[in-house]
Design a protein around this ligand. Structure first.
Ligand SMILES: NC(=O)c1ccc[n+]([C@@H]2O[C@H](COP(=O)([O-])OP(=O)(O)OC[C@H]3O[C@@H](n4cnc5c(N)ncnc54)[C@H](OP(=O)(O)O)[C@@H]3O)[C@@H](O)[C@H]2O)c1
Length: 268
């Protein structure tokens, strides 16, 4: 499978975007891998300043509901735009994979922000801007791969990579949504607490564990270099944050469950 400059069509602006992504696909994947390394190194020293780790000194902020929607919408719109401009947009495998992406990002950009409590902490503009830039890079290259470059063979719907990757994606999605729902219920009740239920029995951050499973499942199902870059970036972003959350729980709650790990049940 190789990147291709074929496709496009429809609105001129979409055709231009498609042509731009086609011409720069491999460079964009490498850039995303480089961003993963930079992000991981930076987050070893600086805890991303939003949510419970918000602190003064990070400039202007937006209310959490608006901030999350603005930050995540490029991941939904950028994917749909590039997908619509690609020649495989009517084929079954791209449509199936595209449905998984849209399912995740319509929840993340529309439902999740709407469910945040009014008391949710404002998000610094710098965090929102960095998230938007990443999403605007990541979503089009993932859409381009599945709907244009991959050219899945006829039997891909029965291929073990698609089946196993799809199951891992759906399991990750269920874990992520369930954990976020438990956290938001706790948040709406007032102050921070010790979450209970589901995979919180085993780890402090099952929402992050689910998110990582999702994107590794996506990378496998789509057999995609852009998917691998995204899965690695997600790990680079969320492993340091899971470590920070886990430390925070132990500092804040002296009776925090001792056998609960940060991210990986029984291990870490
Ligand atoms: N793919 C990626 O690279 C990436 C990057 C970042 C986030 N995400 C995803 O985006 C979602 C949100 O991320 P996040 O970093 O905001 O997750 P988080 O820190 O776990 O917080 C999720 C929500 O639950 C609340 N909350 C968390 N712990 C709580 C507790 N102990 N008691 C009460 N309320 C609690 C938070 O309130 P506060 O906001 O007020 O703390 C927030 O509203 C997750 O599903 C995550 O996987 C993905």
């Amino acid at each position: 499978m190789s990147a291709s400059a074929a496709g496009g069509g429809g609105l001129p602006v979409l055709s231009a975007l498609h042509a731009f992504v086609a011409a720069n696909f491999h460079g964009a994947v490498l850039l995303e891998l480089a961003l993963a390394v930079v992000t991981f190194l930076a987050l070893r020293w600086i805890t991303a300043p939003y949510g419970r780790h918000a602190r003064p000194g990070w400039g202007p902020t937006l209310p959490a509901r608006v901030g999350w929607a603005v930050m995540e919408l490029p991941a939904l719109l950028g994917f749909v735009a590039l997908f619509a401009a690609s020649s495989g947009r009517g084929e079954r495998v791209p449509l199936l994979l595209g449905t998984l992406w849209v399912l995740h990002y319509s929840q993340r950009s529309l439902v999740f922000p709407a469910r945040l409590p009014p008391t949710a902490r404002p998000v610094p503009l710098v965090v929102i801007a960095l998230g938007m830039v990443f999403n605007a890079l990541n979503a089009p290259i993932n859409a381009y791969w599945v709907a244009e470059a991959a050219r899945y063979p006829a039997g891909w719907l029965g291929d073990p990579r698609l089946i196993v990757g799809g199951v891992v994606f759906c399991a990750g999605l269920a874990i992520n949504w369930h954990a976020d729902a438990l956290l938001l219920r706790l948040r709406r009740a007032g102050a921070y607490g010790v979450p209970q239920g589901g995979l919180f029995r085993w780890v402090s951050c099952p929402n992050y564990l689910g998110e990582m499973l999702e994107w590794w499942g996506w990378a496998l199902a789509a057999w995609s270099p852009a998917g691998v870059a995204f899965a690695l970036y997600t790990m680079a972003n969320l492993i340091p944050r899971a470590a920070a959350h886990h430390r925070w729980y132990h500092q804040r709650f002296p009776d925090y469950p001792r056998d609960r790990r940060a991210l990986v049940p029984l291990l870490w």
